[in-house]
Design a protein around this ligand. Structure first.
Ligand SMILES: CC(C)(COP(=O)(O)OP(=O)(O)OC[C@H]1O[C@@H](n2cnc3c(N)ncnc32)[C@H](O)[C@@H]1OP(=O)(O)O)[C@@H](O)C(=O)NCCC(=O)NCCS
Length: 186
């Protein structure tokens, strides 16, 4: 019983460390889903990030986790409802990366111990999204993946392998179907 109480008190004290971040997350939700609101949320996150360029914009209900492992370039936009976790590997979004709504970028994985993932140690590898890439709504990018510059990852695709620059990628698992420069740059 005493052990349980001590663990509870320890957990409570540890939680205080996260109050400033929780506060700005909640406070940020008061601002609208327009460029001013997105700019304000980006500004609020700035002190908690490993690195943050200018004009960072964040939609409503975005969840950024392990911010001290997330690098943000200039003019990066993250659409509403996205979840980006820099746990273990870390995440880098280079300049002008455009992340649509409900995107998931997670730089860690569970392992298994004695047949169970629950208490096994985690592993992770860095994720990098290159300059100017457009990550459309609902995309998932898994640990260790490098996306080259100027790529388009189509809605709901799941990206588990490196993608060379200028690629259009669709599906699960993501497959390259063309070049952005040929289809979209007139
Ligand atoms: C990637 C995208 C822009 C392609 O649009 P498009 O130029 O009209 O593409 P096309 O219709 O020429 O599709 C080319 C091929 O890719 C396939 N394809 C396109 N998008 C796909 C997707 N999201 N998932 C799976 N396949 C897809 C098409 O079925 C087609 O296959 P086919 O050649 O076998 O017929 C569009 O599908 C998309 O994902 N838009 C993002 C929408 C979004 O999330 N907006 C939120 C704002 S960030």
């Amino acid at each position: 019983m005493i052990k349980k109480i001590l663990v509870f008190i320890f957990g409570l004290l540890l939680s205080f460390k996260y109050f400033p971040l929780r506060f700005i997350e909640l406070f940020g939700q008061l601002f609208p889903e327009n460029s001013y609101g997105c700019m304000i949320r980006g500004f609020l996150y700035r002190p908690f990030l490993k690195q943050c360029g200018s004009n960072f914009q964040v939609g409503l209900q975005v969840k950024l986790e392990h911010l001290n492992n997330i690098n943000i370039g200039n003019d990066v936009y993250i659409g509403h409802g996205s979840w980006i976790s820099g746990l273990r590997g870390g995440v880098t979004l280079e300049d002008q990366v455009l992340i649509g709504p409900y995107v998931r970028i997670i730089s860690s994985n569970h392992t298994f111990k004695d047949g169970s993932a629950r208490f096994a140690p985690g592993v992770g590898e860095a994720i990098i999204v290159g300059f100017g890439s457009w990550i459309a709504s609902g995309v998932t990018i898994t640990s260790g993946v490098k996306i080259g510059k100027s790529c388009l990852l189509a809605a709901s695709s799941v990206i588990t392998k490196n993608i060379e620059e200028d690629s259009i990628v669709v599906g699960i698992p993501g497959r390259i179907i063309g070049k952005v420069s040929e289809k979209y740059c007139k």
